[in-house]
Design a protein around this ligand. Sequence first.
Ligand code: SF4
Length: 657
Amino acid sequence: MAKLSFVRRPRGVTQYVCLVLLAALAFLALFGHTIWAAQAARFDPARPLQPASSAHILGTDQIGRDVLARVLNASLLSVELALMAAAIGVVIGVTIGVGQAVLGPFLRRLLASAITISLAFPGLLLALLVNAIFGAGPTGAVLGVGIALIPAFARFSQALASSAAGSEYVAAARVLGVGRVRIMVRHILPNIAKPLLLTALGSVGTSLVGISALSFLGLGVQPPNYDWGELLQAGLQVVYIRPMSAIGPGLMIVLAGLAFNLAGEAFAGSHPRISVGEFTGSAGLTRRFALATSRLANRRPDRAADADELVVAASASPKLLSVRDLHVAFPGRSGPVAAVRDVDLAIVPGERLGVVGESGSGKTTLALALACLLERPATWRWGEFTFDGESVKADAHSEYRRLFGTKLGFVFQDPANSLNPAIRVGAQLAELRQVHYGASRAESRRMAVDRLREVQIPSPEIRARQYPHEFSGGMRQRAMIASGLMGSPRLLIADEPTTALDVTVQAHILRLLERVSDETGAAVLLISHDISVVVSFCHRVLVMYAGRVVEDIPSDWLVSRAAHPYTRALIHAVPDIDDLAGQPLTTIPGQPPNLENLSTGCSFAARCAFADDKCREDDPVLTALAGPHSVACWHPRPSEELADELTDAGSSNRSAL
Ligand code: SF4
């Protein structure tokens, strides 16, 4: 019974049927000519159109040749022509479809339009047209069917590639400065190979039917050569008296087409590497609240000194990264939507700078702009942007990705999507050394193992040979950090690196980032919506609201001296694990503003208890309040008043932080 278990599984039956058909077809294509060529050529004018018999199973044709021998002998030519036509359609179609995904916006639109127009032309007519241009014969038939397949393959691979091109692992490859061709071949193609291969195998069956149809119409293979289509045409002339002459080649066309289509299905079911759903993650939201309180309660006593030193040093040190008057917008229904506005930002070497704010406040867009990862249709401009002494120009910022590949590491929010699922982790890490430093494959792999060991991945030699889906969520995130360390990063941008992780792994990742920063002197820009994570990790905090920085404050001053009502609301919204039982969570009243339709005045006015007419009329700019503390508010609250408020409230939220 166990041996028949495949019968209960439809896919198992399909695979067996497909295997049998393909094996038979391969045998006929490889050996059919050798075995039956002589018999197929032998004619006997005295025995034309013989009926089926033991001597001639499918009878004989008009000049007494054995029909079965001719059908079997035609296998090689029929399959050969079908494979050639399919290869033309697949190779050219996939190159166009995948290539357009990595081209610039103008060429991408041009190619997309060309594909759409060519799809509107019926495939059969296109095949006939090309066939007519190249003339009747096998060459015209192969080119006609092959070219007719190109538009469908181009559109199919375009859709698949566009999806893969928007993934974070392709963005990560861009940060590394990987070129377009390498991104196409190494990062996009392997991830769409499965559906492409499935469709390509099916297209061999389609090509076979198409070429047989052209031969049947007298436009394909010409006598004295013959394929199944030509034999079918000859058989149909005598179908009423000797039907087997037509049924034989017709049956072979059907079975061969079926074999290739089933092969695609069977392969899709048996390929183990990639499957949707392997890369899911989970968030331990509730437990993160507990981490928030415990982490801040255990903060090191020397943190204040660290922060003060760095903040003082920041004003005197040469800037590692400095950007002034940064704007980023996306197209909206009624004009550009400003996702980032008027942002001035500077980071000195070794500094850990946090960026906090609600979802949609512009944190990730800011990070992408700083990493030169923005893509059209986004638009961006800045007054000045320097990184490690080099000026970055807004109109050519993608050219700076190569510079950023070695000096800037980017840890994405979701490592499940940031690591290429089709490439082994070690190979992905090694890519940067190979691309930027010209290191050998072996040397790069050795370094990748070392980096995995440094981020405390157990058994790094084994893990380097595994695929991302074989890693846990925490290990994937550590692998991303290891990837960021493969160069010599002066700046590590971490966009919500702990959001999808449980509390233990989250603490470990933050400790790891801290150690990396301390040991290498790399600055860290940490993006998070979790104010407690940022306060515990960073020296300085930028608070973003509606695309703008509304407060810039040393992290150790945040609880006692935050002056912007929005910052204070964020602090009060951090839950206290001790007071959670039976208490509703504190939230910030109202909704973030619609960026498509920002009103004049302060964008927080609709949610602010201190808003007055001036707030509603004039937008406050970021202004120095005291020392390194700046705030964009017409009525910043004095620190003493805030301290009194917190004391009156039993300091519950303060303890939460
Ligand atoms: S400017 Fe006015 S409305 Fe805006 S945060 Fe300050 S007090 Fe509130």
